[in-house]
Design a protein around this ligand. Structure first.
Ligand code: B1M
Length: 214
């Protein structure tokens, strides 16, 4: 197997045996950590999603894959490029209520932290009343919401409504597999008084946030 095939396979098989050696090999070859994540590691995760969809994997196995992915990201994290470290602003991050997927959100945390943002990561399954409370406490410049389930997209609409009721109009950055720009523009934006931005991935999210800070 090629190095990329092996890296994908650690994720699909949910194993860490050999993972760190191969990640180091990729780094030694001069590969950028984010390219490794977005390339072979994400390809592995997509394959996991496909197999799970076909009932060829059970939740416990998907969880093992998630553990391998998290381990890989942790290994790569210290090698990631640190951008402009001037303090840029505060971002509150949460995976919305009903959703426990956090790998994407935590990637956003890492990338934003490496680029000068102050992050308050509220974790997973965050109810909007909790979010409102934390926003009032921390006064962030941006609220980042993540969700991977179809119902999470709907939950983001409800969350936007609840933030609006609490008279919060801080820009919201939304992302996650079940979301689209169209849904964001047609459903989430009208439910909110402030700006709502859709990020296709974590780097796009950083780009949008940076533009907001200017
Ligand atoms: Co779940 N799961 N899962 N799962 N899982 C999906 C999402 C699914 C598509 C798999 C499938 O069926 N093909 C499917 C959703 C179906 C749907 O609603 N359309 C699904 C399902 C059904 C479920 C359960 C319901 C299964 C069950 O119990 N029967 C259950 C739900 C639990 C719940 O949330 N209430 C469930 C559980 C789990 C595990 C716990 C086992 C595990 C998560 C572990 C964890 O996160 N700690 C898991 C996993 C791993 C997946 C897949 C395989 C991989 C997700 C992932 O981590 N990807 C996923 C299939 C897939 O996506 N291919 C699947 C890697 C990660 C880096 O990508 O999070 O998309 P992602 O983040 C991307 C972008 O989306 C974006 O940037 C990142 C890239 O840079 N992004 C943002 C995300 N958030 C952002 C926020 C931003 C900006 C960008 O700004 C704030």
């Amino acid at each position: 197997l090629t190095l990329d095939e092996r890296l994908s396979r650690y994720i699909v098989e949910g194993t860490k045996q050999g993972l760190y050696d191969d990640l180091q090999l990729a780094l030694d070859e001069g590969r950028r950590p984010l390219d490794v994540i977005n390339g072979p590691l994400m390809a592995g995760m997509d394959e996991v999603g496909r197999l799970f969809n076909n009932n060829e994997l059970i939740v416990a196995e998907v969880l093992q894959s998630a553990e391998s992915m998290k381990a890989a990201v942790s290994y790569l994290e210290p090698h990631m490029e640190k951008g402009d470290s001037a303090k840029k602003g505060k971002v509150i991050l949460a995976t919305v209520k009903g959703d426990v997927h956090d790998i994407g959100k935590n990637l956003v945390d890492i990338i934003f932290s490496n680029n000068g943002y102050d992050i308050v990561n509220l974790g997973i399954n965050v109810r909007s009343d909790q979010l409102v409370q934390e926003v009032k406490k921390h006064q962030p410049d941006i609220i980042g919401l993540s969700g991977l389930l179809v119902k999470s997209a709907q939950q983001m609409v409800a969350t936007a409504e609840d933030l609006k009721s609490a008279e919060i109009d801080v820009p919201i950055l939304v992302g996650g597999a079940a979301l689209t720009r169209k849904f964001t523009d047609n459903r989430i934006s009208p439910a909110y008084d402030g700006l709502v931005l859709y990020a296709s991935d974590a780097m796009n999210g950083l780009d949008l946030a940076n533009r907001l800070q200017k």
